[in-house]
Structure formats: structure tokens, C-alpha cells
Design a protein around this ligand. Structure first.
Ligand SMILES: NC(=O)c1ccc[n+]([C@@H]2O[C@H](COP(=O)([O-])OP(=O)(O)OC[C@H]3O[C@@H](n4cnc5c(N)ncnc54)[C@H](OP(=O)(O)O)[C@@H]3O)[C@@H](O)[C@H]2O)c1
Length: 339
């Protein structure tokens, strides 16, 4: 192996106000330390960019610490061990971990998990078999609890979480209505993934009317990835004992003037509905169950997944920004090194 001396990293240079820009990030070069006892060096192969990272760029209280200015952004990374001072790993092992946006990470071996490319392509460990697949699995099945014949509406339906939610709902015998931001996406959902109805929220005009037409029997489960006015409209169609899994609110992540909207209390009371926010790691101790179920459906051909993979380390900030423009179909990843 070539000697490793200079590393490249992407740091948070300034906290975004509203929509982030490339100027909020900086690519830096720095020498890196040799691994210590029980540490390894991981060469990054795929970096995950995720909407939740936007929240960590603010200096505010949340379920995780804010990113620190001048330090690499941290997120899901799949890579290869290139140096090991740990009994657990040998050079060449493929691993996943929450690592820095860096070409190489020096990290405690205990913070990594082995992945096997004979079982699934490496990228899948950051998508359908990773955080987004598990979020879909547990959010829908634990909070939504879909039953045969029920109507499930999912927003952000052509994204990494949304397209898995819709397909699991179909596996459970539900009728699935997906809301997404382009005709290419809605057609993909209907033609490739078997969604029953779709709505392009950007061109539909009257969303309320379109939802009523798409959900003639009302809404039993709403899997909410976006919040905002889309969710306000879906909440008007709740059936008695509806379940709302509040997964994300991307429509307001870049908002600078608060997140206002109609009040939901009376709708929840009238329909005796359950509305519950959740974070994927609430289910961390059940990840194996989720991975096994998702893997089984993949093998049986009941579940498909899609990834939008950009190439090159310098593209990472751009890939992140494109999430907010809806440029991705399925999971957005960046391939930063060859396998
Ligand atoms: N609770 C958890 O543990 C957890 C875990 C993972 C993700 N999440 C959340 O789940 C949601 C989906 O995450 P993901 O990783 O699957 O991302 P994703 O859906 O693959 O990508 C983001 C998508 O959001 C849509 N979008 C962007 N701006 C929007 C806006 N203003 N209004 C409506 N839609 C907008 C875009 O699709 P369109 O073209 O359709 O607009 C874009 O492709 C996010 O809100 C994320 O924060 C939560």
C-alpha cells in the first residue's frame, strides 16, 4: 500500500442561514495520525449524505450534538481497512461506521461493523440495509402498523426512506399513495414499485382535491417525511384511529421564519389518531430484525431499492445540497474511492 500521509476532509466552515451553500463547507488537507492500539485506518468508499445533517449544522439543541465549526462533517461511511492495529480487523475488510467526511478516518475498531459485499453491494449498507431502510421498516411497522386494505400515504415517496415505506406497505397488503416532486419520480413509483396512486405535489395545482381523489376511503396511515403544507392537507383526510409516523420535516429544515401551520389537536381528537415522532436509533437494539426482514424481501424480489450515486470527494457538498432540490431518486450517496 502507498504510504498514507495527506488526508482530505470536508469541514463545516460556517453555519448555514436558510438554504446551505457550498460556501458553508471547505475541503482541507491535513496529515493524519498513525492508528493507535485497537485502532484502524478506514479508506472511505461511499459517503452518505442525509437531510438530518442539515439540523446538525445549526447550533441548537436536538437529539444529537451540533457539528463543530472547522471539524469534518460526520455521517455514514462504508470503507475498507487499510491499516489495522486491532485483532478484530485485517487489511481489506469492508466496514461501516459513523465517520468523518474524509478520504481516510483513523478510528477505534469498536466503532465499526463489518459488512459483506457477497451478501449485498457495499452501497446497500448505507441505503436499504442501513439507516434509511431501517427507518422505513420500524417507522411504518411499529407506529403505522399497516393492515390489509388500509390506505397508506407517504410523502417524500421517491426518496430513500419513502420508497421503502411504500413497498413495505404494499407487502402488508395496503393501498399506497405516494407524494413526490417530479413526474419521473411518480412514474417510477407506479411503474417500477407498484404504488397504487401518486401525486406530483409541484405540478398538481389543487393538492387537497388530488388527495381526496387518490384516497376515496380516507387515510389510515400517514408516513410523514416532509411536514409543511403537504402534511397539512393529508391531515384533513384522517380516518378514525389513523396513525401518523412523523419521520422528517424536510420542507422546513431551511426555514428562517419558523414552521407555522394549521393546528392538529382537534383533528387528532375527532379521529382518535396517534401521531408519533421517532428516530431510527430508538430501534437500535432491533436492527438485526430489520436487516433480516429487508434482506429477505430483497432476495424474494418483493423489495427494490434505488440509489443516486455521485462520483468524487469534491462532489460531497453538492450531493448534500441536491437533497433539498429533489435531484435524487432513492438514496443519495457519493462514491469517493474505487473498491
Ligand atoms: N426519523 C429518522 O430517524 C429519520 C431517518 C432518516 C431520514 N429521516 C427524514 O426522512 C426524510 C426523508 O429522508 P431521506 O434520507 O429518505 O431523504 P430523501 O427523501 O432521499 O431525499 C430528500 C427528498 O426530500 C424531498 N424534498 C426536498 N425539499 C422538499 C420540500 N421543501 N418539500 C417536500 N419535499 C422536499 C425531495 O424529493 P421531491 O423531489 O419529492 O421533492 C428530496 O429528494 C427527511 O425529512 C429526513 O430528515 C428521518
Amino acid at each position: 500500500m502507498k504510504s498514507l500521509t495527506i488526508n482530505r476532509m470536508i469541514v463545516l466552515l460556517s453555519r448555514p442561514e436558510g438554504m446551505p451553500t457550498e460556501q458553508n463547507f471547505e475541503i482541507r488537507e491535513a496529515p493524519f495520525a498513525e492508528p493507535g492500539e485497537n485502532q484502524v485506518v478506514v479508506r472511505s468508499i461511499y459517503l452518505s449524505v442525509d437531510p438530518y445533517m442539515r439540523g446538525r449544522m445549526n447550533d441548537s439543541k436536538s437529539y444529537t450534538e451540533p457539528y463543530r465549526l472547522g471539524e469534518p462533517i460526520v455521517g455514514g461511511v462504508v470503507g475498507e481497512i487499510v491499516k489495522s492495529k486491532s485483532d478484530q480487523y485485517v487489511v481489506g475488510d469492508k466496514v461501516i461506521g459513523m465517520l468523518g467526511w474524509q478520504l481516510y478516518n483513523v478510528v477505534d475498531a469498536a466503532l465499526l461493523r463489518k459488512v459483506d459485499e457477497k451478501i449485498a453491494p457495499l452501497s446497500a449498507y448505507l441505503s436499504v440495509l442501513g439507516l434509511t431502510g431501517l427507518t422505513a421498516y420500524f417507522g411504518l411497522l411499529d407506529i403505522g402498523q399497516p393492515k390489509e386494505g388500509e390506505t397508506v400515504v407517504v410523502s417524500g415517496a421517491a426518496g430513500a426512506v419513502g420508497m421503502i415505506v411504500g413497498q413495505i406497505a404494499k407487502i402488508k397488503g395496503a393501498r399506497v399513495v405516494g407524494i413526490a416532486g417530479s413526474d419521473e419520480k411518480t412514474q417510477f413509483l407506479e411503474n417500477e414499485l407498484g404504488f397504487d396512486e401518486t401525486i406530483n405535489y409541484k405540478t398538481v395545482g389543487n393538492l387537497s382535491q388530488a388527495l381526496e381523489q387518490a384516497c376515496p376511503d380516507g387515510v389510515d396511515i400517514y408516513f410523514d417525511n416532509v411536514g409543511g403544507t403537504i402534511s397539512d392537507e393529508v391531515m384533513n383526510l384522517l380516518n378514525t384511529h389513523a396513525r401518523i409516523a412523523v419521520c422528517g420535516a424536510i420542507s422546513s429544515y431551511n426555514s428562517t421564519d419558523g414552521d407555522y401551520g394549521p393546528r392538529v389537536q382537534r383533528k387528532l381528537i375527532k379521529t382518535r389518531s396517534l401521531m408519533k415522532g421517532f428516530i431510527y436509533f430508538d430501534y437500535a437494539d432491533r436492527s438485526n430484525e430489520g436487516i433480516q426482514a429487508l434482506g429477505k424481501w430483497l432476495t424474494e424480489g418483493k423489495l427494490k431499492y434505488e440509489e443516486t450515486i455521485m462520483e468524487g470527494f469534491d462532489q460531497v457538498p453538492q450531493a448534500f445540497l441536491q437533497l433539498f432540490e429533489g435531484k435524487n431518486l432513492g438514496k443519495m450517496l457519493v462514491k469517493v474511492n474505487g473498491i
